[in-house]
Ligand binder design. Structure first.
Ligand code: ZN
Length: 299
């Protein structure tokens, strides 16, 4: 009930077709997780008055990826020539400040620093809540102002945020219960590869006594089933998601899902936020191991 049913599961096909023709916000938001199914979809009314069916206009047979079996992370590079970069993530190497690296990584023996970026987060934004088959994703709707991050005078616009459990990054080999990724893209289509994408990482740990009220809003309604979107949207002020201690770890990494694109400006908050255990369980009932293993250590 009360769901939009998305018929196509050919998310990767959409990603690839989108990357070939990338322009406009609707295509940008597909770049990180290779699954934003609704973006090139048409919407039409279904017989159920509370339900909307979306269907894709483009269908190609492109293999999907997963976190299990023969489509799990160590095999991603074999699934498509477009995923070749993912192979580098199979070799655990030391992360250097000078070179880009596959993500996620273990962070060890380095100190978090004052952010070298500015966030434009303090506003109410409406989000659709989608289950794209790999994670739960929050996609900003068109009618609200856009959140953004400014790094070295380059502005990247928020495309979506989504969750992994447990966390993808670790600190001294310790993982958080969850990690939220805020995915940003430079709207300038002529931007070079060093200035196209940025991702902000936020650790979340189970904490019934210090649960983040803003994050709890995501769990107001039942999380959508795979390939569906909740009919009810939510309104969040992203500023309220962030920890009071804003120190971050910064490095040059990659998307953690195919096609594992590199030269991503990563910033990860050193301080986690809390979420009540019942809400965390709601997510883990949908996805309890949608994380890529760490690919190196940053020291
Ligand atoms: Zn992610």
């Amino acid at each position: 009930m009360n769901k939009k049913i998305i018929l196509s599961t050919l998310a990767s096909a959409l990603l690839l077709s989108t990357m070939a023709n990338a322009k406009g916000r609707k295509t940008h938001k597909q770049m990180h997780n290779a699954f934003n199914i609704s973006s090139t979809s048409k919407t039409m009314n279904h017989c159920d008055i509370n339900t909307t069916i979306k269907y894709t206009q483009t269908e190609q047979k492109i293999p999907t990826f997963s976190y299990d079996g023969n489509t799990s992370p160590s095999f991603w590079y074999q699934l498509s020539s477009e995923y070749a970069t993912c192979e580098k993530g199979n070799y655990f190497t030391t992360v250097s400040k000078e070179k880009t690296h596959q993500s996620p990584i273990n962070i060890s023996n380095i100190k978090a620093k004052t952010p070298n970026f500015t966030l434009n987060f303090n506003m109410n934004i409406e989000f659709e809540i989608e289950n794209n088959g790999h994670t739960i994703e929050l996609v900003p709707t068109e009618d609200f102002p856009k959140a953004s991050i400014e790094i070295d005078s380059t502005i990247y616009t928020l495309q979506q945020l989504h969750m992994h459990a447990h966390s993808e990054h670790s600190i001294d080999n310790a993982f958080a219960d969850m990690e939220i990724h805020f995915v940003f893209q430079n709207e300038d289509e002529f931007a070079d590869s060093l200035h196209k994408y940025a991702v902000l990482g936020l650790f979340v740990n189970s904490d019934d006594n210090n649960s983040n009220n803003e994050l709890e809003k995501v769990f107001t309604y039942n999380l959508p089933e795979k390939y569906t979107t909740n009919e009810s949207n939510i309104i969040i002020n992203l500023e309220n998601l962030l920890p009071s201690n804003t120190m971050v770890y910064s490095y040059n990494g990659s998307f953690t899902t195919p096609p594992c694109t590199e030269y991503i400006n990563w910033n990860i908050y050193a301080t986690s936020i809390g979420l009540k255990s019942s809400d965390l369980e709601k997510f883990k009932k949908k996805y309890n191991h949608n994380y890529r293993p760490v690919t190196g250590t940053f020291e």
